[in-house]
Design a protein around this ligand. Structure first.
Ligand SMILES: O=C(O)CCC(=O)C(=O)O
Length: 407
């Protein structure tokens, strides 16, 4: 009897769906609460203090309401200091995007009490009986709502989710190839219980979306572009959605994963996690490291869209979630994504300054998102759509013929 079969038998005895079984080479080797590297060092994803940004906003507000009694030279000095600390922040963000693709932010301005309300409501919702949660179950046609059979790379995730769009709906193309002429509206579904969930989620949306736009501005400046350069892609609509992730305790955490290794397809992910731990990132040397939970921090990562826009300067990085048999875990990512109409390609402004060739051919974000959502709905049995399917000009870049892209 093979090892894989052995594991299938264990899962059957425990009455666990074999779709949860992760292939041997992708199983977790690092425990959910282990934050050391193989050589025992603490390897830490950068933590960036956003106070210069939050205090700039505060000062702007104060200035508006002040009587203008300050002397103009004092203001100039203050403005000068603020300018140089924002410049420093932009540099830190750019370095983190280039070297890690991941960072944490503190002093971000999102209130802790909002987070506490979200956590309480999420706990109440996921504690409901399955038939209650199933009343707002997501379908193939409407990708928003509750779901307990999410797959990543054709492996079932050990988790339950509740998804909602920050604007109330997502308008995705009806078919790939229809060039957005026919769209289907995916609309938020709200449960009766807990009755406060909708309001709390909507307040959370506003706060985290605001933070995401600030981060977008910093990243944009770090690429030498104006702070508002990317805003046009979020008009006239966007495809932002928030996911409430609930990872129940798992009796076989060495054979399964909360989410198997993957890269995020969108622009930015802005996530808050509870104190349990389990989010792990693949470093440049191939080693997995855990991101230690920090109560006052958001974890931010750049997704595939930034990789394409920046022509591989800011790469999307693989990550996964390790579960445990001890404590359930919650996390709340905002997937911050542009309008489904956006055609994505390396930005001409960035190619010009580096005298580079584009490494991707253009693709439509809405069609990509629709295909991706479909492949996460169930095991499709074929490789999921990835950005390397749009890769071009690799041979010129590497000077090698016939080498498949390594992304
Ligand atoms: O739960 C987490 O910390 C990460 C979740 C994640 O990677 C995802 O939902 O795509």
């Amino acid at each position: 009897m093979g090892v894989q079969q052995d594991h299938h038998d264990i899962l059957e005895t425990l009455q666990i769906d074999p779709e949860f079984l992760v292939q041997q080479e992708h199983r977790p080797t690092l425990k959910y609460n282990d934050y050391k590297t193989a050589v025992g060092q603490h390897h830490v994803v950068p933590v960036i203090d956003l106070s210069p940004l939050t205090s700039k906003k505060k000062k702007k507000k104060e200035k508006k309401s002040s009587s203008g009694l300050e002397s103009s030279s004092a203001l100039t000095q203050q403005e000068h200091d603020a300018h140089s600390s924002i410049h420093n922040l932009v540099e830190q963000v750019g370095k983190a995007c280039e070297e890690w693709g991941f960072f944490q932010v503190i002093n971000h301005g999102v209130s802790l009490s909002l987070l506490e309300e979200l956590e309480t409501n999420a706990q109440s919702f996921f504690a409901l009986p399955l038939q209650e949660k199933a009343k707002v179950r997501r379908t193939f046609e409407n990708s928003l709502g509750y779901y307990d059979r999410e797959h990543t790379k054709n492996v079932r995730d050990w988790k339950e989710v509740f998804d909602f769009a920050t604007s109330g709906m997502l308008q995705l193309p009806a078919d790939v190839g229809s060039e957005g002429k026919q769209v289907i509206s995916h609309t938020n579904q709200w449960p009766e219980n807990p009755s406060t969930l909708r309001e709390v989620c909507e307040n959370w949306s506003k706060a985290v979306e605001g933070l995401a736009f600030e981060l977008l501005g910093l990243i944009s400046q770090s690429l030498g572009l104006p702070a508002t350069y990317f805003h046009k892609f979020w008009e006239p609509d966007d495809s932002n959605f928030i996911r409430m992730n609930y990872y129940p305790k798992c009796p076989m955490p060495n054979l399964t994963l909360g989410v198997t290794r993957h890269k995020d397809a969108g622009c930015l992910t802005v996530l808050v996690q509870d104190e349990v731990g389990g989010l792990q990132v693949r470093c440049k040397n191939g080693e997995w490291i855990g991101i230690r939970p920090q109560r006052d921090a958001f974890v931010v990562n750049v997704g595939d869209l930034f990789q394409v826009w920046s022509n591989d300067r800011y790469k999307s990085v693989e990550h996964r979630v390790v579960v445990n048999d001890n404590k359930p875990r919650f996390s709340f990512p905002l997937f911050f994504n542009p309008s489904p109409r956006t055609n994505v390609a390396p930005l001409p402004e960035l190619l010009l300054c580096g005298d580079q060739v584009p490494l991707y051919r253009p693709y439509n974000w809405g069609e990509f998102m629709k295909t991706k959502k479909g492949s996460n709905f169930k095991n499709m049995g074929v490789e999921n759509l990835q950005i390397y399917h749009f890769a071009i000009n690799r041979d010129e870049k590497r000077g090698q013929v016939g080498t498949p892209p390594i992304l």
